[in-house]
Design a protein around this ligand. Sequence first.
Ligand SMILES: NC(=O)c1ccc[n+]([C@@H]2O[C@H](COP(=O)([O-])OP(=O)(O)OC[C@H]3O[C@@H](n4cnc5c(N)ncnc54)[C@H](OP(=O)(O)O)[C@@H]3O)[C@@H](O)[C@H]2O)c1
Length: 178
Amino acid sequence: MTLTLPRGAMIIAVLACDPSGTLGNQGTLPWQLPQELRFFRALVQGHPLIMGRKTYESLPRRLPDRPYYVFSRQNSFKPSNVHVFSSLKAFQENRPSGALFFMIGGAEITDLFAKANLLDYAILSHIHATYKGEVHVNLDFLKAWKHTCFYNSKIFDVLCYTYPGGDLNSQALKGNGF
Ligand SMILES: NC(=O)c1ccc[n+]([C@@H]2O[C@H](COP(=O)([O-])OP(=O)(O)OC[C@H]3O[C@@H](n4cnc5c(N)ncnc54)[C@H](OP(=O)(O)O)[C@@H]3O)[C@@H](O)[C@H]2O)c1
């Protein structure tokens, strides 16, 4: 799976949710969808990842060769090789310039970045079936965004959302070998 992404400093949200916005269940994903997971891994390959502490702790294993930027207010949370930020202000003051970041959730950190208008694009896997879960993402911020459908299947569709004024389109993501 090869992807061509826009160059330059930007933050792209990558999430998967069901029709009710369900994102997580008891510290893990509510579903097991290998194809969606493959898409996610290929998309974020090699790029710095931003996430909340709960999402970090939900990862079955660390994806290698990339910086991790994790939000936590706990002073005792200091995993090795992880940049921990105790606030959005701390992140903005210390993030490297020029990098393309993927913000991979969860719901709390998505809300934080959406409210601060820090997201340039969002790539969302809309899963068709409904799942049980207590973590729901608020996607209201996407209502004014343009979107194009990049992939569809019986199980999930992938939509690319562009911040008003942005220029990512599904062509930029073609050729990923779905
Ligand atoms: N379907 C998907 O695409 C997807 C993606 C990601 C995660 N998930 C699932 O979603 C669930 C986790 O999501 P979540 O919304 O509960 O948690 P989360 O967003 O991953 O993490 C929340 C944590 O982030 C820290 N935090 C929040 N705001 C902060 C701020 N302003 N400054 C510093 N730190 C801040 C706090 O950590 P401390 O408590 O340490 O202070 C908070 O408890 C899991 O079930 C996971 O599997 C699903």
